[in-house]
Design a protein around this ligand. Structure first.
Ligand SMILES: *Cc1c(COP(=O)(O)O)cnc(C)c1O
Length: 217
């Protein structure tokens, strides 16, 4: 199937309330442009330099999401334009995003990454760290970051019961916080291999790459 056909078949399975992030990492601009021409305006990348090159060379009405693990020293290169950072996994990173966003007089929306995978290779906060962060007065005072929800990645496994369990735990944490924090509107969970389960478990934003653009090298 073509990229265009892949996109429309994915879109046909998403409820209207769910946002699609087209994950275009490693793919050439000509591929992104095909998806753009179909009306897609949200793209996800996991490397700052690659994202910045694409931002410079593509239409300016695209929203760029940083979905990967982010090093603090790279934040300055995307602070001018990035619209959502999915993988905030430390207080120091949040502080740096606040500092760099201030230089552009912007407020950057961020998702806190939660460690939900039972395997321990993935980044993110555990529940206690997360609660401590959102209640921290210093962080609440930041004017240039806005925490708008949570992001998580399930274990890479064929065991779909495990994946479902992990998504359920993220959703239940999200529900707790959503009641206290009115800014919480986004629950980013689900990729090509597991987004259908993520939708069943309450995802509001899916990050899909290979099912749209084909496999990556
Ligand atoms: C690459 C990536 C995706 C998309 O993965 P696919 O399996 O290609 O859909 C989603 N989220 C994150 C954080 C990624 O790095």
């Amino acid at each position: 199937m073509s990229i265009k056909e892949n996109l429309s078949s994915i879109l046909s399975t998403l409820p209207e309330s769910v946002t699609l992030v087209a994950v275009s990492k490693t793919k050439p601009i000509s591929d992104l442009q095909q998806v753009y021409d179909e009306g897609q305006r949200i793209f996800g990348e996991n490397r700052v330099q690659e994202m910045t090159e694409k931002w410079e060379n593509m239409p300016k009405d695209i929203e760029w999401h940083m979905i990967g693990h982010l090093q603090r020293n790279k934040v300055k290169y995307m602070a001018e334009y990035v619209s959502l950072v999915h993988g905030v996994d430390s207080p120091r990173l949040l502080a740096e995003i606040n500092k760099q966003a201030e230089k552009y007089n912007r407020t950057i929306s961020c998702l806190l990454q939660v460690h939900i995978a039972e395997e321990d290779t993935k980044f993110g906060f555990d529940e206690d760290e997360l609660l401590a962060l959102v209640e921290n007065e210093e962080f609440k005072a930041y004017k240039h970051v806005k925490i708008v929800g949570l992001m998580g990645m399930a274990t890479f496994t064929d065991d779909m019961n495990q994946v479902r369990r992990e998504f359920k735990s993220l959703k239940s944490l999200y529900t707790k916080l959503e009641n206290t924090y009115p800014n919480f509107t986004i629950l980013s969970m689900g990729m090509s291999g597991d987004y259908k389960i993520a939708l069943e478990e309450g995802s509001t934003m899916v990050r899909i790459g290979s099912s749209i653009f084909g496999t990556r090298k």
